[in-house]
Structures are given as structure tokens and as C-alpha cells.
Design a protein around this ligand. Structure first.
Ligand SMILES: [Zn+2]
Length: 244
């Protein structure tokens, strides 16, 4: 006697499709490194705890993605601010980014004094919100010449920009900032939105081109003889020099 077990073709077809879709979804998630979660990050935060840094200390606030706020009693540095989280599909389709101007204005009401905004490269998730913050606070923008051109095309006065190249050192009040070069992460083997400037002022998401990726190594100059305070931050994404 012979038994034949037949699995109905439509069920197999559906199952394979589901598996393929699941794999594609998983690979897209891995490839885009959680970009799809951005819209929920800042909006879900509870109200910030407002406190001054201690007399000799440094207050470090992580703001999501690659954004950090460094505060001493004398100096406030903001790295790669990004409040206007764009969803994955808007990025993938290279649409016009949507600014969160009210959200930024609300955050700035609690943080009106920013001495400098340090930006590692020109992509929207690093530079997009910097022009508004620099304009509204009077902070200095420290970034590559490409990022500076993007910002100046959006109304940031040249007096508030400081283009820097890898290997340079800049000072902001009592902070000394070393600028090692860096390499940007690759997506499917290429750096996304790379190449020369396309359009000024930028309109669509891919107009925010990488430029020269930078890293920042920040040292509190005032305390250097007591205990060396250093923060390697603003990496994008592989600093190629670990400054001493
Ligand atoms: Zn990038």
C-alpha cells in the first residue's frame, strides 16, 4: 500500500511568501540600523531633568541617535542634534524632510545657552536641525566645509560657522576639541548620499550629502593638569585616529 502525503500548494506558497517577507523585513531592519524607530524616540521621552553641572564636573546628556549635550559651568557643546526624526520610508524615497521646529524651540527654551554645535557629517540625522539651533542660540557651528555650506545656504551667517578639516584643533571657551578623521558606515557596500553638493539650499533628503566625516575628541582645557577629561564622541562612524 502506498501513501502519498500531499501538501496543498497554496499553503506552501503562502508560507514561503511569509518567510521571504519576514527575511526581507529582518534584512531591511538590520540594514537600516533602527532608523524606523526614530519618530518614537524623542517624542516618547519624559520631561527632561533640569540641573546645573557641578562646579568641576561635566554633565553629559544623551539625546538619541548621535546627539550629545556636554555641559560644564563654563561651556556647553551640542553634538549632532537631531530632533526632526524622519521615518524610514521618507529616507528611502528621498523625499523632503519634515522639520520639527516647534519641538526644537521647546527644547531650546530649557537649553538657551549653547556655545558650539559640533557636526560630524552632512546627513540629515546629524546636520538637519543644526541650522535652526545655531540661528536661535547664536552658537558656533563647527563642521566640515560641506556641512558649513549646507548650513549657510539655510541662513546661518558665516560669522557663526567654523569649517574644520581632520587633524585640526579648535577651542571653544575652556574646551579644546581635536578633530580626527573618520569613515562613514557603508550601507550595502556604499556610503549613502555621498558625493559632491547637489543643491543649495538642500531640499530633499539626499541633498544632505556626507562631506568629509569627522570625529571629535573634546578635552576640558581648564582641568587638563588635574585629571585629563576627554570624550571621544561624535563618531561617524569609525574614527581613524585615537588622539591621545
Ligand atoms: Zn550618515
Amino acid at each position: 500500500m502506498c501513501f502519498r502525503i500531499r501538501i496543498p500548494p497554496p499553503i506552501i506558497h503562502v508560507s514561503l511568501k511569509a518567510i521571504i517577507c519576514l527575511c526581507l523585513f529582518a534584512s531591511v531592519k538590520a540594514a537600516f540600523g533602527g532608523l524606523e524607530k526614530y519618530p518614537n524616540l524623542i517624542k516618547a521621552d519624559s520631561p527632561p531633568i533640569i540641573s546645573a553641572p557641578s562646579r568641576d564636573g561635566v554633565k553629559i546628556t544623551y539625546l538619541g541617535t548621535n546627539a550629545y549635550l556636554f555641559e560644564t559651568r563654563d561651556t556647553t557643546l551640542l553634538v549632532d542634534p537631531y530632533f526632526s526624526r524622519q521615518n524610514l520610508f521618507r529616507v528611502a524615497l528621498k523625499l523632503r524632510p519634515i522639520p520639527e521646529t516647534q519641538l526644537i524651540a521647546q527644547w531650546l527654551r530649557d537649553h538657551p545657552k549653547i556655545d558650539a554645535v559640533l557636526v560630524t557629517h552632512g546627513h540629515i540625522d546629524h546636520l538637519y536641525d543644526a541650522p535652526q539651533i545655531v540661528r536661535e542660540t547664536g552658537a558656533k557651528l563647527i563642521a566640515s566645509s560641506t556641512s558649513v555650506k549646507l548650513a549657510e545656504s539655510l541662513g546661518v551667517p558665516a560669522s557663526q560657522t567654523r569649517p574644520v578639516q581632520a587633524g585640526r584643533t579648535v577651542s571653544v571657551k575652556n574646551a579644546v576639541i581635536h578633530v580626527p578623521s573618520a569613515q562613514h558606515d557603508r550601507l550595502f557596500g556604499v556610503v549613502p548620499f555621498n558625493g559632491p553638493l547637489k543643491r543649495l539650499p538642500p531640499q530633499k533628503i539626499d541633498d544632505w550629502v556626507t562631506g568629509d566625516p569627522l570625529a571629535f575628541l573634546i578635552r576640558d582645557w581648564r582641568k587638563a593638569h588635574l585629571h585629563q577629561l576627554r570624550w571621544a564622541t561624535g563618531r561617524s562612524d569609525f574614527p581613524t585616529l585615537a588622539a591621545g
